[in-house]
Design a protein around this ligand. Sequence first.
Ligand code: KIV
Length: 266
Amino acid sequence: MNKKRTVKTLQKMKKHGEKITALTAYDSLFAGYLEESEIDVILVGDSVGMVYAGQETTIPVTIEEIIYHTKAVKRSVKNALLVADMPFMSYQVNPEETLKNAGRILKESGAESIKMEGGENISNSVSRCVKAGIPVMGHLGLTPQSIHQFGSYKVQGKSKDASEKLIKDALILQKAGCYAIVLEKIPAMLAKEITEKLDIPTIGIGAGKYTDGQILVTYDMLGMFEKFKPKFARRYSELATEIKRSITKYVNDVRDNSFPSKDESY
Ligand code: KIV
């Protein structure tokens, strides 16, 4: 496979049944680790607001913050497809404003695609961007920017009406020109049905094993983010424990004068 991943690569991967790998990054250091693993997609998610900036929801995240973090990530990205999230209210007003904001994110940050949450309600904005040459990744199911409407981060698409609406929205997003869709926190069998109905790839997070790819928040899968531990986020490390142990050790070493040693001095 050509090493540089593009939106076309992802579509070919679906066709050939190859799983798409994706993770989030907010800085150059982590983006470098992800790039070394030959990951397919790096997302500068608006989860940066909660995980990195300590906000309660993703709603306060600004375009300037997404640009700042994407620029940092971009410095380490060579082959992965770099996707940046559109923050809340940067694409909900109208298609012209969406296009201006999406164009600004691409021009100023170096992202190769943007991601937007929503279905039929954003389809005009999706097609406006796609017609202007901006690749759009969709995001359906649990869309965290709508947390105040949902009331909690619960599984979506469980009722017949809700699942039919998600299938309809996925087909509308595909028609509007999305090249891929993230499916978040929906039943595995619904994600399977959507994946089979679409020609474009689905990337799941808490959506079971039948999607064309998987994405997780990197800080979750490394066990760094302790506030929120969704059951779908397999923890490959417990780095928070390790980091806290190291910091406590340093603090104790300074206090009891065992750091720095002779070897660590000039
Ligand atoms: O903001 C984010 O990190 C995301 C992923 C969880 C898909 O949207």
